[in-house]
Design a protein around this ligand. Structure first.
Ligand SMILES: *[C@@H]1O[C@H](CO)[C@@H](O)[C@H](O)[C@H]1NC(C)=O
Length: 334
């Protein structure tokens, strides 16, 4: 059973590798590392309306804020009001109980921070932080099982988010990939009506979400097929989906840049048959790609210094790199 799964998984990697094409890779210089202490896994990064941050969700259910002046992380929010004491500093084994904040995004006009928690659904945190409020945990009567990515239309306040699977939880994400699970959904949440609408169902591991600058379309990563898909919100093609980009590895979070392009993190988590780090593969494969507004690759980040990448965000003249696997956020000056 195990071997069969490994085989399917390797085939999945190969099918991603098939669409890989050589491009010049950029090794960023001037790395600065912002270490976390008792927690790990800063999966997503968000900046508030004053450009402060990043804010990031970590293991155990906390959302931290980077204090640039003091050069340290401070607590900003927790993912539940009734959070259990043993969640403090807990690891993956406690996730089902403690939740796991993944995607983050602010609505700047209200200062509300939206959180896609893998286990607790779509959450909101007020501008002063504290305990998150649960906004939604199901849609069309079907519970979320793996809430993952989130973005916000800054003009309307409408929230777009994904549930990667109704069958598998984050702890079992490999199963979601290898079984070809196609129960993922792309959704919107309207804060005025407090209603969730399913935009697309039957997706293979929908992950990160990024709204276009003019709000006319939404990009989302379909991790299971190594693609970025484009969902039209307005115009003649409204409510239809097309392929935006095919990628060499599993895409994770997507962030729009100030210049109207998109950083797509390419998660390189994979099963290692020998139990040893495959540094050669790491050096030869990109861990993130910048895509033009048309979906063309314009830059790729080399995987040598960046071990595992969940999100790349461009803000305040720097590139910020988060990873669900690491105990730090990396920053590079542009
Ligand atoms: C959610 O995922 C868990 C673990 O992968 C699974 O046991 C459970 O049945 C799933 N829930 C639903 C409603 O399918």
């Amino acid at each position: 059973m195990r071997l069969a799964l490994l085989f399917v998984f390797l085939m999945a990697i190969l099918s991603c590798a098939a669409c890989y094409k050589e491009i010049a890779m950029n090794r960023l210089h001037g790395l600065e590392r912002l270490p976390l202490r008792t927690v790990f896994g800063p999966e997503s990064l968000a900046f508030d309306r004053h450009g402060r941050g990043p804010y990031t969700g970590v293991s155990g259910g906390r959302i931290l804020m980077w204090q640039g002046n003091d050069r340290r992380w401070t607590g900003f929010a927790v993912n539940a009001a009734n959070r259990r004491r043993e969640c403090e500093g807990s690891d993956v084994s406690m996730e089902r109980v403690c939740g796991r904040p993944l995607g983050l995004q602010f609505h700047h006009a209200t200062g509300v921070l939206y959180v896609a928690d893998a286990y607790f659904g779509l959450l909101a945190v007020g501008p002063t932080g504290g305990a998150a409020e649960q906004l939604a945990a199901s849609a069309e009567g079907v519970p979320f099982n793996f809430t993952n990515g989130v973005d916000v239309d800054q003009k309307t306040g409408v929230v777009y988010f994904t549930d990667s699977s109704t069958q598998y939880q984050r702890q079992d994400y490999i199963l979601a990939v290898v079984t070809g699970d196609a129960t993922g959904r792309l959704m919107q949440y309207d804060p005025r009506t407090r209603k969730v609408t399913v935009l697309q169902r039957g997706l293979r591991f929908p992950n990160g979400v990024a709204l276009s600058g003019d709000g006319s379309f939404l990009l989302f990563a379909e991790t299971g097929t190594c693609r970025v898909l484009k969902y039209w919100l307005r115009g003649p093609k409204a409510a239809t989906t097309e392929v935006f980009a095919e990628l060499p590895r599993y895409p994770d979070n997507i962030r729009r840049t100030p210049g109207g392009e998109y950083w797509v993190a390419l998660n390189r988590e994979k099963i290692d048959l020998n139990g040893a780090a495959n540094t050669k593969a790491a050096a030869e494969h990109p861990v993130a790609m910048r895509l033009s507004a048309e979906g063309k690759v314009v830059e790729a980040l080399d995987g040598e210094e960046l071990a595992s990448v969940s999100e790349v965000a461009e803000e305040s003249g720097s590139i910020w790199v988060g990873s669900v696997e690491m105990a730090y956020v990396d920053v590079y000056k542009l």
